[in-house]
Ligand binder design. Structure first.
Ligand code: ADP
Ligand code: MG
Length: 334
């Protein structure tokens, strides 16, 4: 189990005519990834998803807030003593090609971490070879074909499977998949998503999906939780089905309204929520207020915190939450 409270991160961007500029990437994010669970972070580019994923994987530190892994607060440990905890969280990048060394065969790529694992766990060296074959099988690859080959000899989908197999060499508890299918051929994406789902069921590993794409977020399954992030703040959070079928935050509604309506689906018509042209920043107000078609004077003065009210199953950060069915549904369901 890994959780975080009040995760805050501001970057200082230098250069440009205005000199240094402070960019708030995360503004007090709380999250929990239960053991064996599935969680998805969704939001448009630049909202802070990758930064949050990197902090969860221990590749970046937060300015304030706390990450707790299996009951241990990471701030209480030295950098060195934190490492074994963060090793339980493995990050899978969007680009499987740059994640693998082009001059090494897949056998070499897996042998190094597995030899280390063999030493750590007191297993014989021969175990590493066996385990490499086993892991490749687990991710749906033929070890005999893949092991002697170089990354460029494999398809993007196969490479991403190798990256996942390599992440599994350390027996992680959490896989963080950051836009893990965005650079893969559309026809192969579903296979990778199905694999991650399958690993969750077979190994009990938790999966954190980070995506800007609603269809991918939806794929995590009915027992998953969805976090909608807008400019570094979680604005809606809850069971994936209820957030998607009855979102209450205007930003979530706008995000879902943008999905094209496919054949066999019925558009909810009037219900689409289209953000308005941004109008001025309100330093203390709701972050979405400048673009929100439903904003009131209060939204420009005060920033709503994430919380629960009424009978809505999800949490939201909005003074005027209202259920709106913005997602197209199969024609037969109506
Ligand atoms: N290393 C960095 N230095 C400066 N700014 C950064 C850095 N990493 C991210 N940012 C900024 O933080 C914000 C969030 O970025 P990121 O986490 O990559 O968003 P996302 O993954 O949702 O697209 C963006 O405004 C981005 O420009
Ligand atoms: Mg990103």
């Amino acid at each position: 189990m890994i959780s975080g409270t009040g995760i805050t991160k501001t970057f200082t961007q230098r250069g440009g005519v205005l000199g240094a500029r402070e960019v708030p990437a995360l503004r007090g994010v709380d999250f929990a990834i239960p053991k064996g669970g599935a969680v998805s972070f969704i939001g448009e580019s630049g909202c802070g998803k990758t930064t949050l994923g990197r902090i969860i994987a221990g590749l970046e530190t937060c300015d304030s807030g706390e990450i707790v892994i299996d009951g241990v607060a990471m701030s209480s440990l030295s950098h060195r003593r934190r490492q074994p905890y963060f090793r339980r969280v493995q990050l899978i990048h969007q680009d499987p090609y740059s994640a693998l060394n082009p001059t090494r065969t897949i056998h070499q790529a897996l042998a190094a971490p597995l030899a280390l694992r063999a030493r750590q766990t007191g297993r014989p060296r021969s175990w590493a070879d066996e385990r490499a074959r086993e892991l490749l099988g687990l991710v749906g690859l033929d070890p005999g074909y893949v092991l002697p080959r170089y990354p460029h000899q494999l398809s993007g989908g196969m490479r991403q499977r190798v990256v996942i197999a390599r992440a599994l060499t350390v027996d992680p508890e959490v896989l963080v998949a950051d836009e893990a299918v965005s650079m893969i051929d559309v026809s192969l994406r579903l296979g990778i998503l199905a694999l991650l789902k399958d690993l969750r069921e077979r190994l009990g590993v938790s999966v954190l999906f980070i995506t800007h794409d609603v269809a991918t977020a939806r794929y995590i399954g009915t027992d998953g939780e969805l976090y909608v992030i807008y400019r570094g703040q979680v604005v809606e959070r809850g069971p994936v089905e209820s957030v998607i079928s009855a979102p209450v935050h205007p930003y979530t509604q706008a995000l879902l309204s943008a999905i094209p309506v496919l054949h066999g689906l019925e558009s909810p018509g009037e219900q689409r929520v289209v953000p308005v042209e941004a109008s001025g920043e309100h330093p203390d107000g709701c972050l979405f207020a400048p673009r929100c078609p439903f904003r009131t004077e209060r939204c420009e003065r005060e920033r709503p915190a994430l919380g629960r009210d009424g009978d809505v199953p999800q949490e939201h950060a909005c003074f005027h939450p209202e259920r709106r069915s913005v997602v197209a549904v199969p024609v037969s369901r109506r």
